[in-house]
Design a protein around this ligand. Structure first.
Ligand SMILES: Nc1ncnc2c1ncn2[C@@H]1O[C@H](COP(=O)(O)OP(=O)(O)OP(=O)(O)O)[C@@H](O)[C@H]1O
Ligand SMILES: [Mg+2]
Length: 291
């Protein structure tokens, strides 16, 4: 079974796809059978970052049952075997607003893909699809820039993902789930307390579900003047979500990244000696150690 790593941010445009494409390429270069999947429904563009402009089929074909096996749309990335890419979806109303049953099938098939490592590029926002695609993984990466709005969005995303993770641990018709689904929570402690009020053992179940939820942080577009308070973000998450957020690495603001996007190549390939590429190699090594 593949290890799945999801990459999300809450806020759009902070570098999720750039991070996903570069890490996928670096990890594939170590010989791992890697598949990078575009799960940004509605904003799928990962294929463009690899210069694959017109994929013969995409997740749209899979979701509309024209393709039965997800592996059929895992296209080899030119010049970078053993990396494969599953192009995203969202150009129809139905696929941009996936029904629950289709999402379930997609997640099930993704988790069964034959690969060593699967990287998932999750779209922006905190809707159920983004949260569920983030949570389908074994390891979680949150991306933020020094922009305070990005930090707030990432905090909110991780908090809501944690709450969603707890809620889905209870069956839909379970009285605990019914009770919890109709409430608004501000922190995980509130969720655990509410679960405990419904049934004695429920608080313990909620706590154990969160035990392995340890997202990692990638800070992107850092400059010398960036004054991002990583410690503050870590403290907030510890206090309100009960989750440790480990800093996986920092990527500098680097024009080579923009140029690499314009040239349809990940920066680690386009400008291997650039500061951003160097930072990506450090992050890939740290991530490998966590797999
Ligand atoms: N480290 C960096 N230095 C300079 N520019 C960067 C850096 N990282 C990302 N960018 C720029 O930001 C743009 C957006 O990045 P990217 O598409 O990865 O964001 P995203 O979070 O996936 O966006 P979306 O939410 O729309 O999917 C890139 O096209 C690139 O121009
Ligand atoms: Mg993206």
């Amino acid at each position: 079974m593949a290890t799945i790593v999801s990459i999300a941010s809450g806020k759009g445009g902070v570098g999720k796809s750039v991070v996903a494409s570069n890490l996928a390429l670096l990890l594939a270069k170590t010989g791992k059978r890697v598949i990078v999947v575009d799960l940004d429904t509605g904003g799928a563009n990962l294929h463009v970052l690899f210069g694959l402009f017109h994929p013969p089929s995409t997740l749209t074909d899979f979701l509309n049952n024209r393709i039965k096996d997800l592996a059929e749309i895992a296209y080899p990335v030119q010049g970078c075997s053993p990396l494969r890419l599953i192009p995203g979806t969202g150009e129809t109303l139905l696929t941009a607003n996936l029904p629950h049953s289709k999402k379930k099938r997609l997640i099930r098939c993704l988790q069964r893909l034959d690969a060593e490592l699967i990287l998932v590029d999750v779209g922006a926002g905190t809707h159920y699809h983004a949260l569920d695609f983030f949570l389908l993984a074994d390891r979680y990466i949150g991306v933020a820039t020094p922009d305070p709005t990005s930090v707030v969005d990432l905090y909110r995303f991780i908090k809501l993902a944690a709450i969603r993770k707890v809620l889905t641990a209870f069956l839909a018709r379970d009285p605990v789930a019914e009770h919890l689904l109709n409430q608004d929570f501000h922190s995980i402690t509130e969720v655990i307390e509410a679960a405990g009020k419904t049934h004695e053992s429920s608080a313990e179940i909620a706590r154990s579900v969160l035990h392995d939820f340890r997202p990692m942080l990638v800070l992107n577009r850092m400059t010398n003047g960036s004054r991002i308070n990583t410690l503050h973000l870590q403290n907030l998450l510890k206090q309100y979500v009960g989750t440790d957020l480990e800093l996986l690495g920092k990527i500098p603001e680097d024009q080579s990244v923009q140029l690499s996007v314009l040239n349809y190549l990940p920066v680690v390939e386009f400008a291997p000696s650039s500061p951003a590429a160097t930072a990506f190699r450090v992050i890939a090594e740290r991530l490998t150690a966590k797999l």
